[in-house]
Design a protein around this ligand. Structure first.
Ligand SMILES: Cc1cc2nc3c(=O)[nH]c(=O)nc-3n(C[C@H](O)[C@H](O)[C@H](O)COP(=O)(O)OP(=O)(O)OC[C@H]3O[C@@H](n4cnc5c(N)ncnc54)[C@H](O)[C@@H]3O)c2cc1C
Length: 614
């Protein structure tokens, strides 16, 4: 017990607590201050908001901008686009809500100093595609973080939030959060009237293509550890579309993005024999998904599908034809700059593998699956919609409030709304911030109360891996192996193997079925039991331990949802071999789950999809 007694406990009170200071979190903080001038707005972040989250190393394009000032697109157009890409299933109310506000967000970014490229002929923002505008975005995150820092009452960096706290008097109302400082080890108890979870998506739940020396190299940020899902799941919030994992076609080994290449440089792909292959798979795909294959643009998953089938037919590798575009010096510059502002490692990989895209067409591959709610998929929490346009069934309270009272979310956290990207995530943070302030004001004196017994119990649980290591290391039998604990890296690799082999990862060509999923759930249950025996050598490993806890719970949700949806809705993201076709008759719906942390049981149900835009 000595280990626990030494830990300082720091209590922090707030009106609105924002967990995670990435794009959505910064938006939530900024807007909470705007509407809650006198409120205490606190942001807690496991890294440092200056360079945290998926935008940490910069971006080259803002992928969600309507351009309403020039009548380029309207919010309804974006809803149609996202619905098409997600094979019909999006929360149109939430997507519309983001789309109608996103331009104002981008204009603020420009005012704050973000350089946005301009088309010299029209004076408008330089488009990369219909929705994307190009930026000099190396410092995108520090610029956005500065606005949040100035708006927040306090920002607590380097604190990993492990659990949400519930109200002592009302078990379905949130009351705050707990976590620990990953540098000092101090224990933090945040008490809040409203909590907004903005803790990013999930990488490293499926085995990555890059293992061993390349293990940290994933497409999605390696530090995105599923807290956005685990925190609400543990609090009893309903989740939606957790089966809708994303698989990306990217440049091989560096995961360099391909969007600017396709859209701006007008490059294209071919198989190993220099042949166009997508059209060859048209009839085959049509049999699986029907008319969805005829939609324009072709849904992202279906483009993956053609690539995967071509490779399975033995005509890989697939290459991006860059050699023609790169003869134009301007395009060559754009091609390289695209990586230097966003994914420097791709340029380094090409240099190390003697690939100059001016002379060699680089290989493409598909990534391992990730779970996220802001890119081209829409996993996340089930949230109440805007009062003016959400169908009544989607409204049970404040905008972006989950099914737990006082608990809000934005960005990767919120499900059903794909294609928000960096600007849309910030915008959704703003929407959630405004709603959370209203909620905090409306509850008046009826403040949630935190139970001291609850957080003291959690304190013991949170630091237990350090104790397990301290005791168990005396029994080391070889190298780092102790019979009494497992190390976080071992648990992570076990998780990745289970998800890869049973839930549709790269080794299984993204294929799964009912028996595989059933066995996957059994193995995940065994892994969960062993998590009580995690051993952490230091605070860094303690953070890894809790990231693993979060990843495992999110993985369980993914597996449960994948089992529940008995169809293959998104070929190219994953396949149910026992239900190989899209089935609009039975499954044109959202899947919802709720986890009971006391019994460990999941309940799943369907929710209707309402089309509010024609
Ligand atoms: C490789 C890649 C390329 C992309 N390219 C583009 C692009 O070109 N254009 C574009 O517009 N968008 C792009 N996006 C999408 C964009 O980055 C995301 O949509 C956006 O960052 C999501 O915002 P978020 O706040 O939900 O998550 P993030 O921005 O990732 O923020 C999550 C935050 O939560 C913190 N956190 C996590 N867990 C905890 C915890 N337990 N306790 C406390 N803090 C925690 C994290 O440290 C992080 O700061 C890209 C994303 C990726 C991964």
């Amino acid at each position: 017990m000595g280990l626990f007694a030494r830990r300082k406990t720091i209590l922090v009170d707030s009106d609105v607590l924002v967990v995670g200071g990435g794009m959505a979190g910064c938006g939530a903080v900024y807007e909470s201050r705007y509407w809650g001038r006198d409120l205490k707005i606190v942001c807690v972040e496991k890294s440092n908001i200056e360079r945290s989250g998926a935008v940490a190393q910069g971006l080259y394009a803002i992928n969600c901008y309507m351009g309403m000032q020039w009548n380029e697109n309207q919010p309804e157009d974006h809803v149609r686009y996202a619905r098409n890409d997600l094979m019909g299933l999006v929360r149109e109310d939430l997507g519309y809500d983001i789309a109608r506000h996103v331009d104002s967000t981008v204009h603020m970014f420009e005012e704050w100093g973000l350089p946005i490229m301009k088309n010299p002929e029209t004076g408008r923002y330089q488009r990369e595609g219909k929705w994307q505008i190009m930026i000099h975005g190396e410092s995108y995150k520090p610029i956005v973080a500065e606005a949040a820092r100035m708006a927040a009452t306090e920002v607590y960096n380097r604190i990993m939030v492990t659990h949400l706290l519930m109200d002592k008097r009302k078990s379905d109302r949130v009351a705050g959060a707990v976590g620990f400082n990953v540098r000092t080890g101090d224990f933090y108890v945040f008490r809040a009237k409203a909590v907004i979870v903005c803790a990013g998506g999930a990488s490293h739940i499926f085995k990555p293509r890059a293992v061993g020396e390349g293990m940290g190299r994933t497409w999605y940020a390696p530090w995105s550890s599923a807290s956005a899902y685990a925190l609400p799941i543990l609090a009893g919030a309903k989740m939606t579309q957790m089966e809708n994992r994303i698989v990306l076609t990217r440049f091989k080994d560096g995961y360099g993005p391909v969007g600017a290449y396709f859209l701006h440089l007008k490059t294209y792909t071919e198989n190993a024999y220099g042949e166009e292959y997508e059209s060859k798979w048209y009839e085959h795909t049509k049999q699986l998904v029907g008319d969805y294959v005829d939609r324009h643009p072709v849904p992202t998953c279906l483009r993956n599908h053609a690539l995967l089938e071509e490779v399975k037919a033995g005509r890989g590798p697939i290459r991006m034809v860059t050699t023609k575009a790169f003869q134009d010096p301007d395009k060559e510059t754009v091609g390289w700059e695209n990586f230097l502002g966003m994914t420097i490692s791709q340029a380094v990989v090409w240099a190390s593998q003697n690939i100059d895209p001016k002379h060699t067409n680089p290989e493409l591959t598909t990534s391992e699956p990730y779970v996220m709610g802001s890119h081209a998929t829409c996993s996340g929490a089930w949230a109440s919609g805007p009062s003016d346009c959400a169908p009544s069934e989607y409204q049970w309270g404040y905008n972006r409030m989950m099914t737990v009272e006082g608990l809000f979310g934005a960005g990767d956290t919120i499900g059903g709304t794909a294609h928000k990207f960096s600007s849309g995530s910030f915008t959704e943070g703003r929407i959630a911030g405004k709603a959370a302030v209203n909620y905090a004001n409306d509850i008046g004196k009826d403040k949630p109360e935190v139970s001291e017994a609850e957080y003291e119990d959690l304190k013991k649980v949170i630091y237990q891996p350090l104790e397990n290591f301290r005791v168990g290391r005396n029994e080391i039998v070889a190298g780092t192996v102790s019979p009494s604990y497992i190390l976080p890296i071992h648990g992570l690799q076990r998780l990745e193997k289970i998800m890869d082999e049973y839930v549709g990862g790269i080794s299984a060509h993204y294929m799964t079925n009912q028996p595989l999923l059933t066995r996957g759930l059994e193995l995940l249950a065994m892994l969960k039991q062993d998590l009580d025996h995690l051993g952490a050598e230091d605070l860094h490993q303690l953070q890894r331990s809790w990231e693993l806890h979060h990843r495992v719970l999110a993985s369980e949700a993914v597996t449960q949802h994948t089992m529940y949806r008995r169809e293959t809705r998104w070929p190219g993201y994953y396949y149910r071999a026992d239900h190989p076709k899209l089935d609009d008759h039975n499954w044109h719906c959202f899947t919802l789950s709720r986890y009971d942390r006391h019994s460990g049981k999941w309940e799943l149900e369907k929710a209707p999809v309402y089309h509010i835009v024609d």
